[in-house]
Write a protein that binds this ligand. Sequence first.
Ligand SMILES: NC(=O)C1=CN([C@@H]2O[C@H](COP(=O)(O)OP(=O)(O)OC[C@H]3O[C@@H](n4cnc5c(N)ncnc54)[C@H](O)[C@@H]3O)[C@@H](O)[C@H]2O)C=CC1
Ligand SMILES: O=C(O)[C@H]1O[C@H](OP(=O)(O)OP(=O)(O)OC[C@H]2O[C@@H](n3ccc(=O)[nH]c3=O)[C@H](O)[C@@H]2O)[C@H](O)[C@@H](O)[C@@H]1O
Length: 455
Amino acid sequence: MKVCVVGTGYVGLVSGVCFSDIGHQVVCVDNDQLKIDKLRRAEATIYEPGLEELLQKNIKQNQLSFSKELSASIKDAEIVVIAVGTPANEDGSANLKYIEAVAKEIGQHLTSYKVIVTKSTVPVGTGQKVKGWIKEQCGEIPFDVASNPEFLREGSAIHDTMHMERAVLGVETEKAAQYLKNLHAPFNTHLIVTDIETAEMSKYAANAFLATKISFINEVANLCEKLDADVTKVAETMGFDPRIGAAFLGAGIGYGGSCFPKDTQAFIQMGIEAGYNLKIVPEVEKVNFEQRKRLVDKIELAFSDSLKGKHIAVLGLAFKPNTDDMRAAPAIDIIPMLLEKGAKVKAYDPVAMDRAMKIMPYVDTAESWQEAVKEANAVVILTDWKEFKEIDLDVLKSKVTDPILIDGRNVFDPVEMREKGFYYDSVGRKKMSIEGDNYESIDHRGSGIYRQKLS
Ligand SMILES: NC(=O)C1=CN([C@@H]2O[C@H](COP(=O)(O)OP(=O)(O)OC[C@H]3O[C@@H](n4cnc5c(N)ncnc54)[C@H](O)[C@@H]3O)[C@@H](O)[C@H]2O)C=CC1
Ligand SMILES: O=C(O)[C@H]1O[C@H](OP(=O)(O)OP(=O)(O)OC[C@H]2O[C@@H](n3ccc(=O)[nH]c3=O)[C@H](O)[C@@H]2O)[C@H](O)[C@@H](O)[C@@H]1O
């Protein structure tokens, strides 16, 4: 099919590249000239494993092109996909100004029937607004609107798209349904055909539920710490139950990213506007923020005095591994809290340094984890990059001033950390003594070795 994708952020770019790779003829449009120039040179504008290869392949095979001109690009398209951003307003509701601008522009340039599909995450009712914005510009020219929200994750976006578990197609006519079925046919996925409002709601419900799962396991982790249980084993046990499922039961410092924080807020706002106040999701948000603060408490607890003047090495800035996306990353909350308490922070991330420093230019940076941890009083893990999982603990110990590691992502094994002589605190896991083979629990101050060193 001939497809025009408007917006080349994460969603637009990955969708456009994947649609072209499964055989559709795709043109991607963005009003950012610099992005278009770069993409035309087959250079990826986001860090996403596997993206650049597919970009190069499909441009070379003339399946994929890029343009700044919406009018020319939609002319021959059968399907126009809207994939622009929907950032949060002050009150948390979704800001639709980019959607409105694109819808009106499409309306102005519509010359023949097309299905105009919203892929961006938008509140229930937006599909009807999009229809109105297009219609007021194009008059009698026929078109259909549809909703096809995106479920990909950053960092595994190509795989998620190529092997999508399902797609929800929110439509008003049989013709639009057929167009979207044809678009998705090569993905060979489960298609749920429904009305536009239901499709729009499905996206918010899915993200809010995933966020709830994370906050739920974080609360279980907090209770595990009080009662000496291990949240990773609890999660494993729960996860084998197919009614629960193992995914998204990773306790840590709470969710970040461009979507969960913004979409939970927009969902709450949608409820308020509709006259039904959601009760669970606001608590999910509260638990999520408290999880950041709890990590700072753990760092403070590692020192008998205050954090004043302590050199803290922060490993990981991106909101999760395999992306350079810093939007709502836990590091943005945690680092200022540490600085506020008088700590000196040296930060390192394998790919997000540039983006992170645009947001936090005041933070001292290192070019490698080895440089960041040099003479550190404590090492703090904020993102579970593979590079950090593979750290040689003996090398790490030889570089730091104090062997204190506070792990916000449960990357290391507490028993091994104890054996290596680290003060090790993580999320929702037992603290171990280092004496003897009986891994008896000790108080919250971590490994016995370090306590001896302190005394
Ligand atoms: N980032 C993600 O992993 C996911 C995002 N979503 C949703 O998809 C939507 C897009 O998200 P991102 O790709 O992250 O957004 P983004 O903000 O990174 O990218 C949006 C792009 O649209 C372009 N744009 C804005 N106005 C335009 C116009 N009038 N004409 C042409 N281009 C225009 C911008 O220049 C930018 O390149 C959001 O609603 C988001 O909630 C859904 C699933 C996953
Ligand atoms: O709407 C969106 O934009 C997307 O939001 C999330 O995708 P993404 O934000 O890319 O990343 P996730 O893998 O979901 O991780 C989100 C956050 O939750 C955290 N997380 C995830 C899983 C877990 O078990 N524990 C946990 O703390 C991650 O560290 C990260 O900060 C959803 O997973 C996608 O399905 C959705 O399409």
